[in-house]
Structures are given as C-alpha cells and as structure tokens.
Design a protein around this ligand. Structure first.
Ligand SMILES: [Zn+2]
Length: 96
C-alpha cells in the first residue's frame, strides 16, 4: 500500500491500522487538518483500495466544500473502484 498521497497539493500520510483502534469506527477515515488517511488492515486488499478512493473523495468533498451527500460519495467510490479494478492499465497513463 502507498505510504503517502498528494491531494490538492497536500501530502496525506496513509496509515494501515488495526480494527481495534477506537479512533477507527469505520474501515477508513480521513483527517483533513492532520492530513492522515487511516485504512483498516483487517479487510481485503481490494477493499483497502476502495476505502482509499472513498477517503480521497471525502478529502476532496471537504477541501472543495462540495457538500456531497454520503450516498453520493459511496456511489463514486463504488463506480471508480470498479473502473480501476477492471482497467489496471488506466493508472499507468500517468507514468508514461
Ligand atoms: Zn465516508
């Protein structure tokens, strides 16, 4: 898993955490002010990737004040995750 991801010019640290951590009430969490993304280490790898996409969308929602409803964030997570999972070469376009 990636250690850092830059979102709108800010470097967020990605931390894999144990589910038993009280701070992690869900499988993932983003703290925009602290620039942390926490992801549960107890879920499958494909699920972790999906959670990362979810938390990135959450960060964009917060920073850009999009005020997206959570079901929209969930839908974007599901749709984008599926596209990325089905087209692994898609992301390579940025390293050509
Ligand atoms: Zn969420």
């Amino acid at each position: 898993m990636l250690k850092k991801i830059r979102i709108l010019g800010h470097d967020f640290t990605i931390k894999m955490v144990d589910d038993s951590l009280d701070a992690l009430r869900y499988s993932g969490q983003v703290r925009c002010h602290q620039q942390y993304i926490w992801i549960s280490g107890a879920v499958a790898r494909t699920q972790q990737r999906s959670i990362l996409i979810h938390e990135i969308i959450e960060a964009l929602d917060f920073k850009l004040e999009l005020k997206l409803e959570h079901h929209v964030i969930m839908s974007l997570e599901a749709g984008l995750s599926q596209v990325f999972e089905d087209n692994p070469k898609f992301l390579e376009l940025w390293s050509e």
